[in-house]
Design a protein around this ligand. Sequence first.
Ligand code: KIV
Length: 273
Amino acid sequence: MSVQSAVRRLTAPDIRARKGGEPIVSLTAYHAHTARLIDPHVDFMLVGDSLGNVMHGLETTIPVTVEMMILQGQAVMRGSKRALVVVDLPFGSYEGSPQQAFATATRVLKETGAGAIKLEGGRRMAETVRFLADRGVPVMGHVGLTPQSINTLGSFRALGRDDESAAIILDDACAISEAGAFAIVLEAISEPLARQITQEVAAPTIGIGGSSACDGQILVLEDMLGLSDRVPRFVKKFANIGPAIGEAVEAYASEVRARSFPAEEHTYAPKKA
Ligand code: KIV
């Protein structure tokens, strides 16, 4: 008897094979219900460590833990069946050594059932990317603006806008692509640089503030739905559901206060004898 489900989940090699083809569509997801809603429309969903900002109101992603990532990774796996699920390794859980990264990545994959992990950093992480990829861990890279480095970067501003910084980011992307990353997120970098990286690296590039030159795009779901107060320039709000939530809660509050909710149709009658 087969234990395979009828719907085959996309895999890291499926995403890798999309280089230069139809654009790769992705969004972040942290919950089972949002995972279920976006699953039919995306190729992969990222359980991003941005959950620290979005779900927990943290200023940075620095305090996010492996346990937080695993809990939300499990929820997203339960809510989805088709898209590849990628889980971020949080700050401090992988940079120490390739062995530390392998221990964290294998724990995340075993405990969530996700199909890949993502880590931040370019050339300095290339040895780790190779170590993981050689041992059966699909790795998505992330270069350009890397939010886990906020304490050394100093601010969340776009990078690669001058020749010197562009050359470093190009080298970072080439290094992790050559090391075996199956895809690379390019965050908040200039358009010509995103185009050049996309042309030069073998791995598909996934832009977030990286322009339409990339092989695919990702956004934080809550940002593109209009739920976040402040969003970066690269976010387009495809909906504005924040005010709709406020209006619904206001209507609920006034009906509760007027005792018009719950009405008869929301109320259980006694069983007929
Ligand atoms: O954590 C996250 O949401 C991310 C995306 C911004 C790519 O890394």
